[in-house]
Design a protein around this ligand. Sequence first.
Ligand code: UDP
Ligand code: MG
Length: 321
Amino acid sequence: MTQPEPTLSVVVPMFNEESVLPLLAPRLRAALDELGEAYEVVAVDDGSTDATPAVLAGLRRGWPQLRVIRLRRNSGHQAALTAGLFRARGDYVASIDADLQDPPEAIGEMLRLARSRGLDIVYGVRHDRSTDSPFKRWTAGLYYRLVRRLVGNSIPDQAGDFRLLSRATVAALRELPEQRPVLRLVVPWLGFPSGEVSYVREERAAGRTKYTLSRMFRLATDSITSFSAAPLRMATWLGAGGVVLCAVLLVVVFVAYLLDYTVAGWPSLYVAILFLGAVQLLCLGLLGEYVARIYVAVQGRPSYFIGSDTLESDRTVNADH
Ligand code: UDP
Ligand code: MG
């Protein structure tokens, strides 16, 4: 390799994007050439089954800054992104979708902002999603509301996976023991100084969305369960509610029994079933509480990070928890 060490890496995960690549390549290249930085583009071919590998091979011949990483099988957007991030060599690493929904020209703006204000993370924030379908906007809105509620407010609204990270941020991500990090949640959680660049979300330049409903659902469940044990605790609440309800009904049934409003045998059966159901839920919830603790322990995330402005520390992950 005769290429100089890049100061900027751009990671592009792609799955079956043969139709969009011929549009992406010239636009991305023009935007990056203009910056006058030593850059590299890390294309992560997420096990495409169409002509994507061939198109990439063709592009590589005339574009020395293009690196291609191919995943053996389709592993999903987040996994492809992670693979690219960890192999990027630049001082700053941007990530962008292949379908030109995010404008490559904004990467320069992100880089300038990061440098001028000394930021480690710059999010691309979609202020206008009018080109996305109403269904996509609705599900996205629901996703961000739910996730912000469960994870906390540190997540910028409407920030997807179009962003710029510093070397230090990528290194911190690497230190996490997690196998399947949901990047858009883990990145803000790292707590580095961050800024935003707003942009207009464009329509997909070609091809079809690779995010099927089941993939969206998977991302949502991964997002919630990777940051919150709340769903595990639901049984506790349901069980507790059941016990209260049972107590109230016990009174109602008893009164009905006294007034002779019941069929013989019904009150005892009714209360017994309700009571057992509630006790079962309560026990499940209790189990859930322990599973939740195991889950947090197994995740093994450090409970805090030392900031870069601390005198002795060199930003390494602190492990004494
Ligand atoms: N993608 C990927 N692997 C997958 C699914 C998607 O690498 O299994 C890529 C895809 O090629 C695109 C990006 O992830 O570059 C975002 O996907 P898409 O545009 O289909 O999602 P949407 O914008 O509709 O949410
Ligand atoms: Mg897209």
